[in-house]
Ligand binder design. Structure first.
Ligand code: BES
Ligand code: MN
Ligand code: ZN
Length: 517
């Protein structure tokens, strides 16, 4: 296999934390964060200190993500560029995340490699969000790493005649200096390092989603898991078609029937040193491209179905993040992977298949493939590991986009406390989830006359009937969550600051798992 595009969660970002005040020395950009609260008082003082006039504050309101660029006469001390960065009210993590993401993106556009941020307010900021400076530093660095994300590895640059001269300049922040941390420096350093790990792994998830079908087959997705395992120090085992057949994973095999490429089933296993607080199994849908199969999708937007392995990408990325953070949680990642293609050998609507669990499924629609491969993975998780918690992530239904839109994931759980914890993790991480019901009324819709269950529901509530389908395969496990990330996993072009893979789920799960430690 020729690897032209290795994926790696190694960020180029260097972090420097300093107790001493911020100075423009060597900075390509000096950043003064200002909240809306006392923008005048603090702003005027900060500007004065840099020999700048307060008139710069005329139009700057300090809303989260507002940026005002100023230029001072560069003395021998270097650094002429100064940015006022709005923190908004500064009461929620989201304000800081948004501010630093915007800042980072702008710094990249301006080719500012070294960015120095005046963090003398970090103690106050932390108080306002009711978190520790350590936590907030993590949020800030996650924002910077997220804002520096670019997916340009498949651009040769051959057609950019004009831009030649810029080719050697940095395209994103290379060094981030958090200065003026004073007594909080140690805490900030800890949090910043964690933020760097989580942000970098989120960018790995985005990379995997952005790689199109011809660059990411099931085997290549498994390779990405192996690489993550090497970086994070966890075990990775990949089952090939033979082993998958031996295990009788009938769902995965059925979806793979139309494919030119073999399926894979990847197992990632992170075992911490010392006492384990919980064993958690994560299952991610790994459909590397979803054409719909014989029940083929309309062509408009079908290209976006390269993102149908977003759940898998989150599972791979979070394993790397948690192993690098060395959390005392045993984490098992399971990724069933294949593309879903039409061909003479593809499964047909009406086919009846037998899943690994023994449960038979009438395939009413070959485009409802995600639940077929997840069924086997859930059975495997339950039988092989009997984990304390099972969480699956999948771009499962278009109906979820109809219900909740592009920013929020649908959540299902048979455990109210767990659902509440995930809800709170969503609020804190900015990756929000909203719970939908698992009422038995909906099971009626997926009854089959000829098999145990159908993979397609009658009209309405497509997200819920998909979840009801999956519920059959957790075999009574009491702490299961299903996250339908069809909406937030992928941002269409022009839909916001970043387009393409979002890495939605990485911060959410990091927040949840860290709250258990
Ligand atoms: N991968 C799709 C769901 C999807 C749609 C994700 C749009 C992201 C954006 C899934 O495999 C699918 O095709 N689901 C069908 C199910 C239906 C046939 C019961 C759907 O949602 O239409
Ligand atoms: Mn489909
Ligand atoms: Zn799909």
């Amino acid at each position: 296999m020729t690897k032209t595009t290795g994926t790696s969660a190694t960020s180029g970002l260097k972090l420097t934390i300093s107790a001493k005040p911020a100075a423009p020395v060597k900075a390509d950009l000096l950043v003064l964060p200002l909240g809306t609260r006392d923008i005048r008082k603090e702003g005027v003082e900060a500007l004065k200190g840099l020999g700048l006039d307060e008139s710069a504050l005329t139009d700057f309101k300090g809303n989260a993500g507002d940026l005002c660029l100023l230029y001072r006469k560069a003395s021998g001390k270097g650094g002429s560029r100064v940015a006022l960065l709005g923190l908004g009210e500064g009461k929620s993590n989201g304000d800081y995340r948004k501010a630093f993401e915007t800042l980072s993106k702008k710094a990249g556009d301006l080719h500012c490699g070294v960015v120095v941020v005046d963090c003398s307010g970090v103690g106050d900021w932390a108080k306002h969000v009711k978190r520790s400076p350590e936590y907030l530093a993590g949020v800030i660095v996650e924002g910077v790493v997220s804002g520096s994300y670019r997916f340009d590895r498949l651009k040769s640059g051959k057609l950019d005649k004009e831009k030649k001269k810029e080719a050697d300049l940095p395209k994103s922040v290379v060094e981030l200096v958090l200065a003026g941390c004073g007594d909080h420096a140690n805490e900030v350093e800890k949090g910043a390092n964690a933020g760097l790990i989580i942000g970098t792994c989120q960018n790995l998830s985005r990379d995997l989603v952005n790689l199109p079908g011809n660059y990411l087959s099931a085997e290549e997705l498994a390779d990405a898991a192996r690489e993550a395992g090497k970086r994070g120090g966890f075990d990775v085992t990949v089952f090939n078609r033979e082993k998958i057949t031996e295990l009788a994973m009938g769902g995965l095999l059925a979806v793979n029937k139309g494919s030119q490429d073999p399926p894979t089933f990847t197992i990632m296993d992170y075992r911490p040193e010392g006492k384990v607080k919980k064993t958690v199994a994560l299952v991610g849908k790994g459909v590397t491209f979803d054409s719909g199969g014989i029940s083929i999708k309309p062509s408009a937007g079908m290209d976006e179905m390269k993102s149908d392995m977003a759940g898998a990408s989150v599972v791979i990325a979070i394993l790397e993040a948690i192993s690098k953070l060395k959390l005392p949680i045993r984490l098992i990642g399971l990724v069933p992977a294949t593309d879903n293609m039409p061909s003479g050998s593809a499964q047909k609507p009406g086919d009846i298949i037998t899943t690994m669990s023994g449960i038979t499924v009438e395939v009413g629609n070959t485009d409802a493939e995600g639940r077929l491969i997840l069924a086997d993975a859930l059975t495997y998780a339950r039988r092989e590991y009997d984990p304390d918690v099972i969480i699956d992530l999948a771009t499962l239904t278009g109906a979820c986009i109809v219900a909740l839109g592009m920013k929020v994931a649908g959540m299902f759980s048979n455990d109210d406390d767990l659902a509440e914890e995930l809800y709170l993790a969503g609020e804190a991480s900015g990756e929000k989830v909203w719970r939908l019901p698992l009422w038995d009324e909906y099971a009626e819709q997926i009854k089959s006359d000829v098999a145990d269950v159908s993979n397609t529901g009658s009209k309405g509530a497509g997200t819920i009937t998909a979840a009801k389908f999956l519920e059959n395969f957790v075999e009574g496990h009491k702490h299961w969550v299903h996250l339908d990330i069809a909406g937030p996993a992928f941002a269409a072009k022009g839909g916001g600051p970043i387009s393409g893979g979002t890495g939605f789920g990485v911060r959410l799960l990091a927040e949840l798992l860290r709250s258990w430690c």
